[in-house]
Design a protein around this ligand. Sequence first.
Ligand SMILES: Nc1ncnc2c1ncn2[C@@H]1O[C@H](COP(=O)(O)OP(=O)(O)OP(=O)(O)O)[C@@H](O)[C@H]1O
Ligand SMILES: [Mg+2]
Length: 244
Amino acid sequence: MHSPATLLPLSVRDVVFTAGGRDLISGVSLTLEPGPPTIVLGPNGAGKSLLLRLMHGLLRPSAGRVAWEGPAAQNRETLRFGQAMVFQKPVLLRRSVIANVLFPLRLRGLDGGTRQERAMAALQRVGLAGMAGRPARVLSGGEQQRLALARAWALQPQIVFLDEPTASLDPGAARQVEEIIAGFVRDGVKVVMTTHDLGQAKRLAGDIIFLHGGRITERTDAADFFAAPRSEAAQAFLNGQLTW
Ligand SMILES: Nc1ncnc2c1ncn2[C@@H]1O[C@H](COP(=O)(O)OP(=O)(O)OP(=O)(O)O)[C@@H](O)[C@H]1O
Ligand SMILES: [Mg+2]
């Protein structure tokens, strides 16, 4: 069991992100609390990936503020390692499968025995223990995504940001990845993710943030959202009539 999410809440206040002379994220405010997954939905180009990167700290807002407000946020080590992100296209080292999991554990300063133990447990969890010695680059797309999740899980984060973790996976591989995500949830990890798979969003989400044109049009409890979203943009999206 991972530690409780004491980095949270995460407070996002009036955040703007500008690039190429355009506000790609405009005046976004939200608070993330511990609890079931928060899923960010919206059409292509809405700003979902940018928002996740801003929350994870990979991008700095052009205006506004992103701040961890939980008691553990004072601890630099926890701030650095308490949150992990998995990208739509996993970024893997051109080394073995297990080396990819061991590497961040070494950065974290864990001793050799603990690194090995955690890495093997993580690979077992995602069904890749039998491939530990293989070069990561020969893995299929679904296996690479599972490896990226194993790497995140081995760090025992309090929060994980997952950017379309099942895009371009076949239904079986997507289901396997979804089961790994459900495992994070059972462990008490706060999951914040984007997906274009509405069935998956229904199964996993506690609440939905709907993003359109760089703005949040609504944030709604998942059951209510899928029964009847409040914003016109989300209504059009669910009807397949919102394409950008
Ligand atoms: N560094 C950048 N410079 C200029 N424009 C950018 C930059 N990064 C993203 N954009 C633009 O910002 C908008 C939002 O991009 P983002 O990747 O967040 O969308 P998204 O909601 O994740 O879409 P998708 O569903 O296709 O993944 C897009 O129009 C994109 O082209
Ligand atoms: Mg994206």
